[in-house]
Design a protein around this ligand. Structure first.
Ligand code: NAP
Length: 257
């Protein structure tokens, strides 16, 4: 028996086999959950389908989180397939490459709004769509992924840090709204991991080296550690935990210098 045995999980944000969402999807499947994945556009569909096959996951449909019609259609498909939903993983973020380097001050109004919409508002939109399906199951558990740049000034993280601060606040407010329906909402604050998204951050290797040298565990975070923590927070073992930002960063966030 796995820790999420028989749970039905939607995982949003698998782009390739380096994606943190993929680590989470694999662990959930290993721990007994039925998993559904989405993809954004035809190129990613070609990458996501073979990954889904590896863990017997369903590819439930295309989902650009800025597209309300696609959100509606994915959750309608889930309702038809499963009748309800127990777990939701939101692992989606976006900032223009130019806003992940140099001066935060130069971000345009348009880029600021787009990053906030994709990286923070999308959690609200997905949680709202998930609410009736989770209610049908007597409750549910939602997680999103964030980073230390939400609460500390990290050079070059810039626009994404602002969006992650909003995301962590969304987690707290959503946890109040959904708690009465036994739906928990938490964020995992992961350490730096090499992925498609993180490759856009200037000097990303400095972030990883700092963690390896200065964290209490004196090594980098292993991506699979995000998968195992996600399964734990999503599972009923964490039934008393909601509204939290939980650090999976080999302890780096506690360091002063
Ligand atoms: P990733 O593999 O590139 O995943 C990011 C995902 O967001 C991709 O699947 C991407 O799809 C998706 N996305 C972007 N815009 C979207 C939209 N409009 N609609 C739907 N999906 C969209 O990178 P990752 O590092 O695993 O990122 C997953 C999450 O972990 C993000 O929230 C990230 O901020 C967070 N995180 C990452 C790190 C790290 O060091 N890697 C650390 C802490 C937190 P496309 O490729 O099509 O844009």
């Amino acid at each position: 028996m796995g820790i999420v045995q028989g749970k039905r999980a939607l995982v949003v944000g698998v782009a390739n086999d380096k994606s943190l969402a993929w680590q989470i999807a694999q662990t959930l499947a290993k721990e007994g959950a039925e998993v559904a994945l989405t993809y954004q556009g035809e190129v990613l569909e070609k990458r996501v389908r073979p990954l889904a096959a590896q863990i017997d996951a369903t590819v439930i449909g295309e989902l650009d989180v800025t597209n309300d019609a696609q959100i509606e259609s994915v959750f309608a498909a889930l309702k038809e397939k499963w009748g309800g939903l127990d777990l939701l993983v939101h692992a989606v973020a976006f900032a223009e490459r130019e806003n992940l380097r140099d001066r935060f001050l130069t971000v345009s109004r348009e880029n600021f709004a787009r990053s906030m919409e994709i990286s923070a508002y999308s959690l609200v939109a997905l949680a709202r769509a998930a609410e009736p399906l989770m209610e049908a199951c007597g409750g549910g558990s939602i997680i999103t992924l964030t980073y230390l740049g939400a609460v500390r000034a990290i050079p070059n993280y810039n626009m994404m840090g602002v969006a992650k601060a909003a995301l962590e606040a969304c987690v707290r407010y959503l946890s109040i709204d959904l708690g009465a329906k036994n739906i928990r909402v938490n964020a995992l604050s992961a350490g730096p991991a090499r992925t498609l998204s993180s490759s856009a951050i200037r000097d990303f290797h400095t972030m990883t080296h700092q963690v390896e040298e200065r964290s209490p565990l004196r090594r980098g975070m292993k991506p699979e550690e995000v998968g195992t923590m996600a399964a734990a927070v999503l599972s009923d073992f964490s039934s008393g935990v909601t509204g939290q930002t939980i650090y999976v960063d080999v302890g780096f966030n506690i360091m002063g210098f």
